[in-house]
Ligand binder design. Structure first.
Ligand code: FUL
Length: 479
C-alpha cells in the first residue's frame, strides 16, 4: 500500500546531507570512543512504547494519502474525545502519544495561521476547534509524553518545491513547538513526493533541527537518518537481529543511496558506529494507517501485538503502534479492547520476575560494585562486568528451586554503550546444562522466547563483546 521505501530514499538523502552539515549531531564522540546515548535518548529507550495516532481528512475520505484538494468541510468528527485515546493508550501501557498534526495532504489539525487548509475552515466546533490542543491536553492529563508528526511533504501548499516552503514549514513547526507545552518527540516522515506544482522540495533539515533544539530542547527528533532516533527500515514492527543502537553516519543513509545497504543499516545499526541512534519500529494495529470501516475486523489480536513487542522492544528497538480514530473522533471499541488486552498480557507476563530472589555468581567480577548480584537488583544503572576489561565471562543465577519459565529477558547497561555481540543462555535441568537460546546483540532489552523449561540454575555466557560487557538485567518470565 505504501510507496514509502521508494520515496524514503530521496528524503533520506536530504536527511543525511543535513546531518553532514551539522557536526554537532554527526559526531559528538572523540575518535575511537564508543557511542553512548544522550540522557534524553536513554529516557526514551527506557520508556519503550509509543502510540501513533493517524487522523485527518483521510479519515473522512477513506484514503491513505490525500492529495491536498480536499474540502476542509469534510472534517467533522461527531464525538471527538482525545481523553478516550489517552486512556486507551495508558491502559495499554504506552508512555507517549504522537499525533499526525499534518499529513501529506497538508490539512492541519490545528488552526495554523499559515494555511486555510485546516480545522478552522471545517464545521467541527464551528471552525473554533483545535485537535492538537485537545490531544496534548489529554495526553498530559493522563501522564503521557506528547509527540507530533508534521509531514514535510505537503501536497496542498502552493509554495512547496520552492525555498519559500522551508519558511512556511518552519513557521508551522514553530506554532506547534511553542503553542502546546512540552513535547517529547518530533516525527519527520521520510515520504517525499511532488507538491501541487509537480515539484520536489529541498528540505532545509539543519534549520528544522535547529528550530526544534531552540524551542523544545527536550524533544527527540525522529527521521530516517536521526539525529536522535532512526527509522528501523520497515513498517512491520520488526527490528533487525542484530540491532545495534549505534550507526555509521556515513552509511545511514548517504545522499543518493537507497536499496539494500541503507535498509540493512537502518535495520541493524552498526557495531562500530560513532553516533547513537536507537531504532523506532512503526506499525499499525490495522492494515492502514488511517481508519477505514472495512478494516474493523482486521484489527491485530493481543497475541499478534505481543509478537510485535517481542520483535521490536524485545530486539532493542522502541515500538510505535498506530491506532487511528474513526470519523466519530474515537478509537473503535475493538482497538480499545485490543490495547487493553495487550497491556494486560504484558503485565501478566512481566510483572513477576521469577529470578528476582536468585543468588548470583559469575566467572569473575570487576570488584564488588560490579558483582553478579547486580543483574537481579532491579536497578537499571547497576551492572555486572568481568574484571580487567575482559570481553567474555558468565553470570549464573541459583534459583534455589526448580522454576518454570519460557521467556528470558536480558539487558545491558546502555548508558555506557552497547557491547555484547554473542551470548548463550543455558538452564540446569537437574542433570545437564541445556542450551535455551543463543543470540547476538542485547542492548537496552532482549527478549528470548525459549521452550518451556524447568531449571534451578540459569547461566548467561557472553561469548563475544566489543568492549567489556555490562549486564544490568537477567530475568525469567512465564506466560
Ligand atoms: C509513511 C506515510 O506515507 C504513511 O502515510 C504513514 O504516515 C507512515 C507512518 O509513514 O511514510
Amino acid at each position: 500500500m505504501h510507496r514509502r521505501t521508494f520515496l524514503r530514499a530521496g528524503a533520506a538523502a536530504l536527511g543525511l546531507s543535513a546531518l553532514d552539515a551539522s557536526s554537532a549531531w554527526a559526531g559528538w564522540l572523540g575518535a575511537g570512543a564508543r557511542a553512548v546515548p544522550s540522557p534524553r535518548q536513554l529516557a526514551w529507550q527506557r520508556a519503550g512504547l509509543g502510540l501513533f495516532v493517524h487522523f485527518g481528512v483521510n479519515t473522512f475520505t477513506d484514503r491513505e494519502w490525500g492529495d491536498g484538494t480536499e474540502d476542509p468541510r469534510i472534517f467533522n468528527p461527531t464525538r471527538l474525545d482525545a481523553r478516550q485515546w489517552a486512556r486507551a493508550a495508558r491502559a495499554g501501557g504506552f508512555r507517549t502519544m504522537i499525533l499526525t498534526a499534518k499529513h501529506h495532504d497538508g490539512f492541519c489539525l490545528w488552526p495554523s495561521r499559515y494555511t486555510g487548509h485546516s480545522v478552522k475552515n471545517s464545521p467541527w466546533k464551528n471552525g473554533q476547534g483545535d485537535v492538537v490542543r485537545e490531544f496534548t491536553e489529554a495526553a498530559h492529563a493522563e501522564g503521557l509524553g506528547v509527540g507530533l508528526y508534521l509531514s514535510p511533504w505537503d501536497r496542498h501548499e502552493p509554495s512547496y518545491g520552492t525555498p519559500a516552503y522551508n519558511d512556511h514549514y518552519v513557521a508551522q513547526l514553530t506554532e506547534l513547538l511553542t503553542g502546546y507545552g512540552p513535547l517529547t518527540e518530533i516525527w519527520f516522515d521520510g515520504a517525499n513526493g511532488e507538491g501541487p506544482n509537480g515539484k520536489h522540495q529541498e528540505y532545509d533539515w539543519p534549520r528544522f533541527h535547529r528550530t526544534i533544539r531552540a524551542l523544545q530542547p527536550g524533544a527527540l527528533i525522529f527521521s530516517d537518518a536521526g539525529p536522535d532516533i532512526r527509522w528501523i527500515g520497515n513498517e512491520k514492527g520488526i527490528a533487525g537481529d542484530p540491532d545495534w543502537c549505534a550507526v555509521d553516519p556515513t552509511v545511514v543513509p548517504r545522499p543518493g543511496m537507497s536499496g539494500p545497504e541503507v535498509t540493512r543499516s537502518l535495520q541493524h545499526g552498526n557495531p562500530h558506529g560513532t553516533v547513537w541512534r536507537p531504532g523506532e519500529a512503526d506499525v499499525s494495529i490495522r492494515p492502514g494507517w488511517f481508519w477505514h470501516a472495512d478494516q474493523d475486523d482486521e484489527v491485530r489480536s493481543a497475541d499478534d501485538l505481543l509478537g510485535l513487542y517481542f520483535s521490536s522492544v524485545g530486539r532493542n528497538a522502541n515500538l510505535l503502534l498506530n491506532v487511528p480514530p474513526t470519523t466519530e473522533g474515537l478509537f473503535h471499541p475493538t482497538d480499545v479492547e485490543r490495547l487493553a488486552e495487550f497491556g494486560e498480557r504484558r503485565r501478566r507476563l512481566f510483572s513477576a520476575d521469577l529470578a528476582s530472589a536468585a543468588r548470583a555468581s559469575a566467572s569473575a567480577s570487576d570488584g564488588r560494585a560490579r558483582g553478579p548480584q547486580r543483574v537481579v537488583d532491579g536497578d537499571p544503572d547497576s551492572y555486572w562486568s568481568p574484571p580487567g576489561g575482559a570481553t567474555t565471562g558468565w553470570v549464573e543465577l541459583d534459583l534455589g528451586r526448580p522454576v518454570t519459565f519460557d521467556v528470558v529477558s536480558l539487558r545491558e547497561a546502555i548508558a555506557h554503550g552497547q557491547s555484547v555481540e554473542g551470548y548463550t543462555v543455558q538452564g540446569w535441568t537437574g542433570s545437564r546444562w541445556a542450551t535455551l537460546s543463543r543470540g547476538t546483540t542485547i542492548g537496552n532489552h532482549k527478549l528470548d522466547r525459549v521452550p518451556p523449561t524447568t531449571a534451578s540454575r540459569v547461566r548467561l555466557s557472553v561469548e563475544s563483546s566489543l568492549g567489556t560487557p555490562r549486564i544490568t538485567g537477567l530475568a525469567l518470565h512465564e506466560g
